[in-house]
Write a protein that binds this ligand. Sequence first.
Ligand code: C5P
Length: 220
Amino acid sequence: LADGPLKGKHILVTSGPTHEPIDPVRYIANRSSGSQGTAIAEALSALGAAVTFVTGPADAERPRGVHVIEVQTAREMLEAVGSALPADAAVFAAAVADWRVASASDKKMKKDGSGTLPTLDFAENPDILATVSQMGDGRPALVVGFAAETHDVIAHATAKRDRKGCDWIVANDVSPETGIMGGSENAVTLISDAGSEDWPRMGKVEVARKLAARIAEALA
Ligand code: C5P
């Protein structure tokens, strides 16, 4: 482990999309690349933290020098997060699917030739960020969530922070015209008790370094 201000601290990071099965060969997912979460894990590790990185099936390369736990679904992610606690801080950068297919088929669904279309019933996935934010005993001292929004970013993210009970929200505008989802840059607003702070548009690696430095200050 690197020497640095986060030496002796354990930090949990979630990252990537989740895949929610429809049947053994099909799934529902989202466009998260996992690159922001990966950069955050590496930045925290570079400041000396012991990092547990719980990731869905993301395209991004796995961060080096951290403990990686691979999961597929939201429910598996919640279980992995539970097993990784306690932690001094937790950063929830994963784009967890809000819904799963209520009863995924254990056999491949087949076209029967009659033109009958399948219907999917959904069930709500657990909200991992809210669950950890609202833990009594064992809650990390600092819980950071992300809010990917396409409009009214600050208003929605501020409401999200209150609703979920996390300490900070890193809000970003993922409208298609920003090129942020899947891109290498991010423009974020950090929302905390102290209000909201706009960061200039910068690389996801720089966002990660700046966030890691703020986490180190907060845990000091
Ligand atoms: O509600 P929404 O998905 O917009 O909230 C985003 C934040 O909540 C992110 O930090 C994400 O990692 C977290 N989240 C979660 N579990 C869910 C849904 C979102 O941890 N089921």
